[in-house]
Design a binder for this molecule. Structure first.
Ligand SMILES: C[S@@+](CC[C@H](N)C(=O)[O-])C[C@H]1O[C@@H](n2cnc3c(N)ncnc32)[C@H](O)[C@@H]1O
Length: 208
């Protein structure tokens, strides 16, 4: 069976490596490994997201949806000294790396790494940041996004980075149709950053 970056327990043998991340405001070293997304460099879409999206006020709760080796979660934790960050991923090796990186960077006390079904149902997020898992397929991706976007707080906001040729425009259209006000914040180098707001009238739609 083919290996995927979103496999729960990657079958590919571990080969620890490291990646240097250079952003507008910081340069950091991260641990990575085979069997996780973009193991040899910071994905250019993730880099765009981290350079373009500003932080919400301190004390907010942020979700890194599909954390991989933890770039978004750890950078957010370093930028937001009082905020609480959740980093979730279905891939156990990705969660392990995110926890290691959070520890290396000294932000582990404010960052919770979890499998998606370990997040208590009452937790709401002020900010969701994601380079979402396009490769899981359209239906699964829509279901996943709708589920977490329905957990935005009333004034919450989500920023999703997607490649134009992997369906960012149709995702924007679909999210709007579901009732999530969605606009294009940035369009650059083949990537879009979508800005998504919670459904306004309190409806919680199911995912399909
Ligand atoms: C495109 S990668 C982004 C990884 C990382 N945030 C980055 O920017 O480098 C998407 C991540 O979502 C994870 N994933 C796949 N399905 C998921 C799901 N249902 N819930 C949460 N994470 C999921 C994958 O394992 C993968 O690590």
């Amino acid at each position: 069976m083919a290996a995927h970056y979103f496999d729960e327990e990657p079958a590919v043998r571990s080969a620890p490596a490291s990646v240097e991340v250079n952003l507008a405001d910081m340069s950091l070293q991260f641990r990575t490994d085979r069997g996780v997304f973009s193991a040899h460099r910071l994905d250019p879409g993730t880099k765009l997201l981290l350079n373009e999206v500003s932080l919400l006020p301190q004390h907010s709760a942020t979700l890194d949806l599909g954390c991989g080796w933890g770039a978004i979660a750890c950078v957010t934790a370093l930028r937001s000294i009082t905020g609480r960050i959740w980093a979730i991923d279905t891939n156990a090796r990705a969660r392990y790396l995110t926890a290691l990186n959070a520890h290396d960077l000294g932000v582990q006390a404010r960052l919770t790494v979890a499998a998606p079904d370990e997040v208590p149902p009452n937790v709401r997020f002020d900010h969701i940041l994601s380079n979402p898992p396009i490769r899981i397929g359209k239906a699964a991706l829509r279901s996943c996004l709708a589920m977490w976007l329905n957990r935005l707080s009333a004034t919450g906001i989500a920023h999703l980075v997607m490649q134009k040729h992997l369906g960012s425009d149709s995702m924007q259209h679909w999210l709007s149709e579901q009732g999530f006000p969605t606009s294009r914040l940035v369009s650059r180098s083949g990537f879009r950053i979508l800005e998504v707001h919670p459904i306004q009238d309190g409806r919680v739609r199911d995912a399909t």
